[in-house]
Design a binder for this molecule. Structure first.
Ligand code: ATP
Ligand code: MG
Length: 315
């Protein structure tokens, strides 16, 4: 058993750098199998497991398990607190991790950032009590600021030559000014509702975050290959989000006009219809263009228009 600097204990398997415990004393552990760390419970857990599920990989709910074997891909899943994921990946306890970029930036461990995952979006912002005269970041000179993200904040102030007193607290940061503990806070914001209900106003958006896939920088060739298979699946899922598959029938003589209206990966697929003079067109359209394009297509005689959801898009 190894106690890490941030205080959580985990096993180190026999081939992972000299754990003193024999393998039988650890939880299920398969040497050389790719292992991914995801948040055990919290805001990122559900979307992490559903992204894996969309990629054809079923993982058990974390419940009280530390580790479980996935189905559909040679992968073990390690369930951790999000704070611990960057370190677990940097140390090679997990090869991959799904975690907020905020935790990666705050902890500063050496991990490779493979891709953005399109969920868990939030920002870390400076906020001051409502009614405070605020004219710019110099306001924070000499002020006391409560935060769970002291490192990101220190970097932000250092870039601007601001000297402030940064107080690290783990939770309930937003009540710090009200209880006289600080003049301002630096905390995660998504909708802003929590700030408002605590009488605070967001004044500087400092760090934009979303869930990211991180990797240990020293993966061997086999693991790197498996990792590429995973990122390939994730990318095709993310690319298909917000895209629709559209089919319609069209008089053949309007085909060129339809092609100019329809964006596509290359160009739309055109199939003949049994009825003379008509064809069927298939294309992929971004959700935000969908209705405008459909209206234009209707104007040139498209009919029988079907709009389908896309599961994956492989370019
Ligand atoms: P853990 O028990 O794993 O340490 P936690 O309480 O620290 O969990 P959560 O509140 O579950 O963390 O948030 C996990 C991550 O979700 C954050 O680090 C951030 O990347 C992202 N996130 C997105 N929106 C929000 C939000 N409104 N508040 C907090 N985190 C958010
Ligand atoms: Mg946490």
């Amino acid at each position: 058993m190894k106690l890490t600097p941030c205080g959580w204990a985990f096993f180190v398997g026999p081939n992972r750098g000299g754990g003193r415990f024999k393998r039988e004393t650890t939880t299920k552990y398969t040497p050389n199998m790719l292992r991914i760390a995801i948040q055990a419970k919290g805001r990122l857990n559900e979307q992490s497991t559903s992204l894996l599920a969309e990629a054809g990989i079923q993982v058990a709910e974390s419940k009280r398990k530390l580790i479980s074997r996935a189905e559909g891909f040679p992968l073990e899943v390690l369930y951790l607190r999000d704070d611990d994921i960057p370190q677990a990946v940097a140390m090679g306890v997990a090869d991959l991790g799904i975690v907020g970029l905020n935790e990666v930036a705050e902890k500063g461990f050496n991990v490779e950032q493979l891709m953005d995952l399109g969920f868990g979006g939030c920002r870390i912002s400076l906020a001051v009590p409502k009614g405070t005269a605020y004219e710019g970041p110099e306001f924070f000179q000499g002020k006391r600021i409560a935060t769970s993200y002291p490192n990101i904040l220190m970097r932000y102030f250092a870039e601007r030559g601001i000297q402030a007193e940064i107080h690290r607290i783990e939770g309930s940061v937003e009540i710090a000014p009200a209880v006289g503990m600080s003049d301002a806070i630096f905390d995660i914001v998504s909708s802003g509702g929590t700030l408002i209900s605590n009488g605070l106003v967001e004044v500087e958006k400092v760090f934009i975050s979303e869930a990211v896939l991180i990797a240990n920088p020293d993966l061997d060739a086999d693991k790197r290959r498996e990792c590429q298979q995973l990122t390939f699946r994730f990318n095709s899922i993310l690319e298909s989000r917000g895209m629709k598959y559209v089919l319609m029938n069209l008089p053949k003589e309007r085909l060129q006009e339809a092609i100019s209206i329809l964006p596509g990966m290359r160009s739309p697929t055109v199939l003949p219809l049994a009825q003379e003079g008509w064809c069927s067109i298939h294309a992929v359209i971004a959700q935000e263009l969908l209705w405008e394009r459909i209206e234009r297509l209707k104007e040139i005689g498209a009919e029988g228009i079907l709009v389908l959801n896309l599961e994956n898009m492989i370019r």
